[in-house]
Write a protein that binds this ligand. Structure first.
Ligand code: ATR
Length: 285
C-alpha cells in the first residue's frame, strides 16, 4: 500500500522490479544520488513472479510511478511493454530502465552496457581486438554485447544452454566479431573474462575451463556481494592465481547513474557513489 505521506508530499517514486531483489544495493545508491543532487525521490524494491510481473508494473505507473528499473529475470520479458524503445534497448531487445513521459507514454531503455563500459574503462585498457570470454547468454549478457563490440572486442560466448548462445550470435554478428566458445577448437588467449551469468545470486559460479585463466587476464563479475566479499566466480579466479579482477559494483553504480539521468536529466557523481558504497562495506567488515 502506498504511504499517505508520499502521496501527500508528491515525492517522485521509482521502483526496481525483479526476483530476487532483497540483495540489491540500488536503494542505497539512489539514496546517495538523492542527497548529492538534491532530487527528492523514493526508490523501492518490488519482488515479482512470472505471473504478477506485468500487473505490478502497470499498477505502479497507474499509481504515479515516474520510472523503474528492471532486473533479473525480466529484462527480456519487459521488452514488449514500453511505447517507445531507445537505441540500446532496440539492439539488445532488453530493458533495464523505464521512463514515464509527461504524455503518459513509457520509454524503455537499457543503461547496462554504458555502465559496464564506464567501469571497465576505469579498470582495464581496451586495445584493438581485445578478446573477451563472455559467460552467460541471459538478459545481462545481451545488454552489454553491443557496447563491447563497439570497442572492437572479439567476443566468445559460453553459456550453459548452447541454444541461447547461438541466438545471441545471430542477433549480434552484424555489429562485429562474436563467436561460440568451443573449448576444443578455441586456442584463443583471452584478455578478459566477464561473468554475466546470474549464478552468483545462488552462491555458485558458471562452469568454464580453468585453463583459460592466466596471470595477465582480467576477470570481471557483473554481479557483486552486498557485504563486499568476493563473488564465488572471483574467489575461484583468485584461487587460480588471477591478480586483476573486479566485481560489478562500479557497473551497478554507473548504470544507476545513467538511469537517474534518464529520469531527472542530472548526472550524479559516479566515483563518489562507488567510494561511499565501498566505505559502507569496510565499516561492516
Ligand atoms: P540476467 O538478466 O541476469 O542475465 P537471465 O536472463 O535469467 O538473467 O539469465 C541468467 C544467465 O545466467 C543465463 O545465461 C543462465 O544460463 P542458462 O541460459 O543456461 O539458463 C546463467 N546461469 C544462471 N545460473 C547459472 C549457473 N549456476 N551456472 C551457469 N550459468 C548459470
Amino acid at each position: 500500500m502506498l504511504q499517505k505521506s508520499i502521496l501527500e508530499k508528491k515525492i517522485k517514486r521509482v521502483t526496481l522490479f525483479g526476483n530476487p531483489v532483497k540483495q540489491s544495493l540500488s536503494p542505497l545508491i539512489h539514496q546517495y544520488f538523492s542527497k548529492e543532487t538534491g532530487v527528492l525521490y523514493q526508490y523501492t524494491l518490488c519482488l515479482c513472479t512470472e505471473e504478477n510481473f506485468f500487473l505490478k508494473i502497470s499498477n505502479f505507473f497507474k499509481n504515479g510511478g515516474i520510472g523503474a528499473n528492471i532486473t533479473v529475470p525480466f529484462k527480456k520479458k519487459i521488452f514488449s511493454v514500453p511505447h517507445i524503445i531507445n537505441k540500446f534497448s532496440r539492439i539488445s531487445k532488453t530493458v533495464n530502465t523505464l521512463i514515464k513521459c509527461s504524455n503518459n507514454k513509457i520509454i524503455g531503455d537499457n543503461t547496462d552496457g554504458l555502465g559496464l563500459l564506464y567501469d571497465l574503462k576505469n579498470l582495464f585498457i581496451f586495445k584493438k581486438n581485445t578478446t573477451v570470454l563472455l559467460l552467460g547468454a541471459g538478459g545481462a549478457a545481451t545488454s552489454v554485447i553491443y557496447h563491447l563490440l563497439m570497442e572492437n572486442c572479439l567476443i566468445y560466448i559460453s553459456n550453459r544452454t548452447l541454444m541461447k548462445s547461438k541466438i545471441l550470435i545471430k542477433q549480434f554478428k552484424k555489429f562485429g566479431k562474436i563467436f561460440i566458445f568451443e573449448e576444443y577448437k578455441c586456442s584463443q588467449i583471452f584478455d578478459i573474462i566477464i561473468n554475466a551469468t546470474s549464478s552468483g545470486l545462488y552462491g555458485s559460479y558458471p562452469i568454464f575451463p580453468l585453463s583459460v585463466l592466466h596471470h595477465d587476464i582480467f576477470c570481471y563479475d557483473i554481479s557483486y556481494n552486498k557485504n563486499g566479499n568476493l563473488t564465488p566466480f572471483l574467489k575461484l579466479c583468485k584461487n587460480y592465481g588471477v591478480k586483476n579482477f573486479s566485481d560489478g559494483l562500479g557497473m551497478l553504480v554507473a548504470q544507476a547513474a545513467y538511469s537517474f539521468f534518464a529520469w531527472f536529466k542530472i548526472m550524479p557523481n559516479i566515483q563518489s557513489t562507488i567510494m561511499f558504497i565501498r566505505s559502507l562495506n569496510e565499516k561492516l567488515l
